[in-house]
Design a protein around this ligand. Structure first.
Ligand SMILES: Nc1ncnc2c1ncn2[C@@H]1O[C@H](COP(=O)(O)OP(=O)(O)OP(=O)(O)O)[C@@H](O)[C@H]1O
Ligand SMILES: [Mg+2]
Length: 448
């Protein structure tokens, strides 16, 4: 719903006319006499809609449009242009104005424009946060991510396997989801298996399913992920965590598009497009024999590497704004904005936890609610935690049994490294598999 509107015009009569029309519609309206004043109002508080004249002294309507879109990406802007100036109307649309009104206009024209804007916002809210959540909204402004988008549009239509690599939290699952949704399989299922989250002994049953009574404890028939993914896409997430002993069987099933349920006698035919993801260096994973070379090459027909967030700073603010808006809506809070210092802080941080860390930090700030403007000190960046809690300074009380010391050390190291298992394992000098087994023993499941 549009509640608060900012109207800017240097013509006092026009300003009054717009004000009265909008107030009659039950809107809360703030007015500004020129562009500079409008920008100042915008900096003070958010608006749902800005209606402003193009030609104004001290900053034009285009400047106001730019300020509004930068400060509040979801704010709609309607520009008012003089008759006969098609160029301004075109420029307005190019700069992503929502609409334009040619002066002079009737109260009805303004009301219709307002209705359209309300409809637009309603649809946005409905779609963006319900539908896109499912499909995974993908922010990609940086050249690096733009290139990836172009690649996946081409790749999606093929049946080739795609191997997605990138640090933890860079958006591998989001990209995998996008490939599925852009493919000809988009109406069929998109099934994910997080291979690191399943205990070794259960992986096979998870993939292929089992018949009733196939082994002790198999009380019912189980449908595996392969069967569920038939005609669709199957994402093998953290693929290096698949037990080595199962990999030949998996490779065969991928190649033949055929497998048997455990305890089953009949082969089951499927038609699956495979995607794989990993946050490990694949060269190292192959050297360490975490993944068989033949399986890797079968899955790595098309490699896509997602750069870490610190290497694509152009994405930081668009992502920050997206998470800000999404979290405000989800938490029923009025839309907030970032202060200048906060923006500087976000841009200068190195984001070891990548996009996931950014999303978490914004969510924390919104939930703690420091008022309409987010200041630098409201952003608890984890580097501070990292400094305070660097592994070397971790102190453990004496008198603990050794296994307890080990457990605490592992959990703290994991925390410091944002639950990145690869990093944690390498710092501790153990394999990812060993780490995973230990965590499993503690009953800890790291973040999916
Ligand atoms: N480009 C993007 N646009 C919007 N949201 C994103 C983008 N990239 C990542 N995210 C969000 O960041 C979070 C982490 O992304 P995702 O789970 O895809 O990362 P990942 O690379 O699979 O991480 P991990 O290796 O830890 O599994 C998710 O909440 C996701 O929605
Ligand atoms: Mg993932």
């Amino acid at each position: 719903m549009i509640e608060k509107i900012l109207v800017a015009d240097d013509d006092p009569l026009m300003l009054r006319f717009s004000l009265e029309t909008l107030v009659r519609q039950g809107k809360e309206v703030v007015t500004a006499k020129n562009g500079a004043e409008a920008i100042q109002r915008l900096q003070e508080e958010p608006f749902d809609l800005v209606i402003c004249d193009v030609k104004m002294p001290h900053k034009s309507g285009f400047d106001v449009l730019h300020a509004a879109r930068t400060l509040y990406p979801s704010c709609l802007v309607i520009l008012m242009t003089a008759q006969g100036s098609i160029e301004s109307a075109v420029e307005a649309m190019r700069l992503c104005a929502f609409n334009y009104l040619v002066k002079p206009f009737s109260p009805e024209a303004l009301e219709t424009c307002l209705e359209k804007a309300e409809e637009h916002i309603r649809l946005l809210k409905e779609n963006r946060f319900l539908k896109d959540e499912k499909n995974g909204k993908l922010i990609a402004e940086s050249p690096g991510m733009q290139r990836i988008l172009q690649d996946i549009e081409k790749v999606a239509k093929s049946q080739a396997s795609v191997f997605i690599t990138g640090e933890s939290g860079t958006g591998k699952e989001v990209i995998a989801g996008a490939i599925h949704h852009l493919s000809t399989r988009s109406s069929a299922p998109f099934i994910k298996v997080n291979c690191a989250a399943i205990p070794d002994a259960l992986v096979e049953a998870e993939f292929f399913g089992h018949e009733r009574g196939a082994f002790t404890g198999a009380h019912m028939r189980k449908t595996g992920r392969f069967e569920l993914a038939d005609k669709g896409t199957l994402l093998l997430d953290e693929v290096t965590e698949i037990p080595l002993s199962l990999q030949p069987k998996l490779l065969r099933a991928i190649q033949e598009q055929e497998f048997e349920r455990i305890g089953g006698v009949r082969p089951i035919k499927v038609n699956i497009r495979f995607l794989a993801a990993s946050n490990r260096s694949m060269q190292e994973a192959i050297e360490m024999k975490a993944i068989r070379e033949d399986l890797y090459y079968r899955l790595n027909v098309i490699p896509i590497h997602i750069p870490p967030l610190r290497e694509r700073p152009e994405d930081i603010m668009p992502l920050a704004h997206y998470f800000l808006e999404k979290t405000c809506v989800e938490n029923h809070k009025p839309l907030k904005r970032f202060g200048e210092k906060a923006i500087q802080k976000l841009l200068s941080y190195n984001w070891p936890g990548n996009v996931r860390e950014l999303a978490n930090i914004i969510e924390r700030t919104i939930v703690l609610d420091f008022g309409p403007e987010i200041d630098a000190e409201h952003l608890y960046l984890d580097s501070l935690v990292l400094e305070k809690k660097s592994p070397s300074s971790a102190s453990l009380p004496l008198g603990l049994p050794l296994h307890e010391v080990e457990k605490r050390l592992i959990l703290e190291t994991l925390e410091v490294h944002h639950h990145n298992r690869t990093k944690t394992a390498s710092v501790l000098g153990i394999s990812v598999r060993t780490l995973r087994n230990k965590l499993h023993k503690y009953g800890v499941f790291t973040k999916p």
